[in-house]
Design a protein around this ligand. Structure first.
Ligand code: AMP
Length: 396
């Protein structure tokens, strides 16, 4: 696992400088209206710091998947309006990304002022990390600040390429992510408990394998538990199960055993007839799912078992739901884990959309040490992979 010790906005003189800041303004939108401004609000500390230090701040971000084409549906205009409101000063939107309007606006930008470039993914060269595009972006500024943790696992022009042309540091958001998660992985308060759920083993096998080397207890719930059940010879009915990953699951179980890591799977399940919110359902006191039924949530005994391990933890990393938590009838397991983590008093790090949604729904966000702002990026971090958007920044 790469130990990141990167320079931050506080380690570089920004006064009077043009600073290009990559943010994650990929906000949810409905009918042209921002439905949650959380990501914009989270970017404010870095932006305010830079403005307060007298930098001229050129913001940029992607939104959605415009596939390299200019598409007004994905314009950052609503983000510019929201930034103007939240910062209490005008944030002009450039009509293009690296075109004449962006360049003219950037050239005229003064100390203490902010502007926003159009969606960087309006140019196909962004996601290809094309050096010509990165160079044009860099030409408007003197310093690069990356504060978009959500895209830090992607080597794109505005997340990594631009650092070839400018001194590059991280903003507060990335700094917080790497310091909290880095410490948890390198020097965790023990016992270190990892709770992993979600649909597929294949999505999280890298994380499981990396965490086996570091943690004391691994708890598995959600759809991926059924691949581990099957690998151990239990029947899984019609549950989601990756039959081509059974050997991998067995190897993982053997590795955990060899390392003395407790590997805890559900002992009871809530099962349904069909993958439907209003399916007939029942609770079974077993890890064997009958034919014609599928596991859709962990049962109450498993909730208690999992909660007990979490209660004794020094550090908890949680990523992924314990069942189909989008459906309230199958959300109890995920909510029980959310409560156990909140009550544990452990250093708690939450990643992934469904786990975060459960925490927020129950009002527990303030009781967590850290709710990661990047799903894919936090998984890759936990997997011990190098994140290009962070690796490219200057070391302290
Ligand atoms: P992930 O993105 O890997 O964290 O997976 C989240 C998805 O896993 C959610 O959409 C859940 O509905 C799904 N999921 C969790 N448990 C199950 C299950 N037992 N059967 C089917 N899907 C599940």
């Amino acid at each position: 696992m790469p130990a990141y010790n990167k320079k931050t906005v506080e380690d570089i003189a920004v006064q009077g400088k043009k600073v290009l800041v990559r943010c994650d303004f990929n906000v949810p939108m409905k009918d042209g209206v921002i439905t949650s401004d959380k990501r914009i609000v989270e970017a404010l500390p870095t932006i305010r710091y830079l403005l307060g230090q007298g930098a001229a701040v050129i913001l940029c971000s992607h939104m959605g998947k415009p596939k390299g084409q200019v598409d007004p549906k994905y314009s950052l205009a609503p983000v510019a309006a929201k930034l103007t409101e939240l910062l209490g000063q005008p944030v002009a939107l450039a009509a293009d990304v690296i075109g004449p309007d962006a360049k003219a606006k950037a050239a005229a930008l003064k100390s203490g002022e902010a502007m926003l470039l159009e969606n960087v993914r309006f140019d196909a060269r962004e996601e290809k990390n094309d050096p010509s595009f990165a160079k044009e972006l860099a030409s408007m500024a003197e310093i690069f600040v990356n504060d978009a943790f959500g895209t830090a696992h992607r080597a794109h022009a505005s997340t990594a390429g631009v650092a070839d042309y400018l001194p590059a540091v991280c903003g507060y958001l990335i700094q917080k992510e790497i310091s909290i998660m880095g410490k948890a992985l390198e020097n965790p308060a023990r016992p270190f408990v990892a709770v992993l759920g979600g649909a597929k083993v294949s999505d999280k096998i890298g994380v499981i394998n990396n965490l086996i080397d570091k943690c004391d207890i691994i708890i598995i719930g959600g759809g991926m538990a059924y691949t581990f059940f099957k690998a151990q010879g239990a029947s899984v009915g019609t549950s989601i199960c990756e039959y081509d990953k059974l050997d991998l699951a067995r190897e993982t179980l053997a590795k955990a055993r060899a390392k003395g890591v407790s590997f805890i799977l559900p002992v009871d399940n809530i099962i349904g007839r069909e993958y439907k919110e209003d399916t007939i359902s029942m609770r079974i006191y077993s890890d064997s799912i009958p034919d014609g039924w599928m596991g859709l949530d962990i049962g109450p005994v498993s909730q208690e078992l999992f909660s007990k391990s979490i209660a004794g933890a020094g550090t908890v990393v949680w990523n992924g739901p314990m069942g189909v938590s989008e459906w309230s009838r199958f959300a109890a397991g995920t909510e029980a884990v959310a409560k156990a983590v909140a009550d544990s008093g452990a250093v708690s790090i939450i990643g992934g959309g469904d786990s975060t949604a459960a925490i927020e729904k129950l009002g527990f966000a303030d009781r967590m040490t850290h709710v990661s702002t990047g799903g894919g990026a936090s998984l890759e971090f936990l997997e011990g992979l190098t994140l290009p958007g962070i690796a490219c920044l200057l070391d302290k």
